[in-house]
Design a protein around this ligand. Structure first.
Ligand SMILES: [Zn+2]
Length: 277
């Protein structure tokens, strides 16, 4: 299966990622924005790989991936703004919007089964999208420096998550595997799963989510390297459009030593492969 590479400087003229990642936050930008990369620090996102595995791949063409579009969306990862509470519509307005959608579908919103549906949908959305009100960097918590000289890979695998694609608002269901190479300190293991959860509870593309997790850990811990792999099924592919059930998309993001040293990357991939055998 071919991997497609998206490197910094992929396009003619280069630096497709760097300039935007180094951009300082705008005045008044919400505190809950994804953490900006500190000025002067080179972006360490060097490689994002995407693989579409399909159960019947021999009968259908490889899905075309527009790498320029992916790079453009990655550029925006760090500057994505989250609306402040004051900028958001009210609960009543959200419920009215759900009611409008139901009527647009052809439903009689007055019937018994639907009377409380707008309220329930708004409440469910609060929970499913709770990640907008949480700071993934803060969720990583404190760093522990008593590691007894341990500097080998820390891998947290099979972190289940449910997210929603930002194009159709339908579920993305998958697993994240996250590893880092400590440089003098480590994170609480549950905190990595918590960070995955926060990013999952926002509208996502799998590519962005992979990069966001890697960058957040990179910024918070400053380890020797971070590796993130996400394997997920997109309901927008299974339920609509090409209706391909059982296909899964794999994305990876490697920073630091995981990018620079093929041995570290191979160790990470081997550990994941061994756990599946
Ligand atoms: Zn979608």
């Amino acid at each position: 299966m071919a991997y497609m590479r998206a490197k910094s400087g992929h396009r003619a003229g280069g630096n497709a990622l760097g300039g935007h990642f180094l951009k300082a936050p705008e005045p008044g930008q919400s505190r809950l924005c994804d953490p900006p990369v500190k000025a002067g620090k080179q972006s360490r996102l060097r490689l994002v790989r995407i693989k579409i595995t399909d159960v019947e791949s021999c009968f259908m063409p490889m899905r075309e991936l527009d790498m320029d579009a992916i790079l453009d969306s990655l550029k925006k990862v760090q500057s994505r703004r989250i609306l402040s509470i004051e900028e958001r519509p009210s609960q009543a307005e959200a419920e009215a919007a759900v009611s409008t959608l139901l009527k647009w579908m052809g439903e009689d919103v007055e019937r018994e089964g639907l009377v409380d549906t707008p309220k329930r949908v708004a409440k469910a959305y609060r929970e499913l999208f709770a990640g907008y009100d949480q700071d993934p960097g803060e969720a990583l918590g404190r760093r522990f420096e008593e590691v007894g000289g341990y500097d080998d890979m820390v891998l947290v695998k099979d972190i289940d998550f449910h997210s929603h694609c930002e194009h159709h608002l339908v579920p993305i269901i998958g697993k994240a595997h996250v590893a880092y190479l400590p440089d003098g300190c480590v994170l609480g293991l549950s905190k990595i799963a918590r960070t995955v959860e926060i990013f999952a509870r926002r509208l996502q593309t799998q590519e962005n989510m992979t990069a966001q997790i890697a960058h957040t850990i990179d910024d918070a811990l400053q380890p020797r390297g971070v590796a993130v792999m996400i394997e997920a099924e997109h309901m927008c592919m299974a339920m609509r459009g090409i209706k391909k059930q059982g296909s899964s998309t794999t994305t990876t993001c490697f920073t630091g030593a995981f990018h620079d040293q093929s041995m570290e990357q191979t160790n990470f991939l081997n550990l994941l492969r061994m756990s599946k055998e």
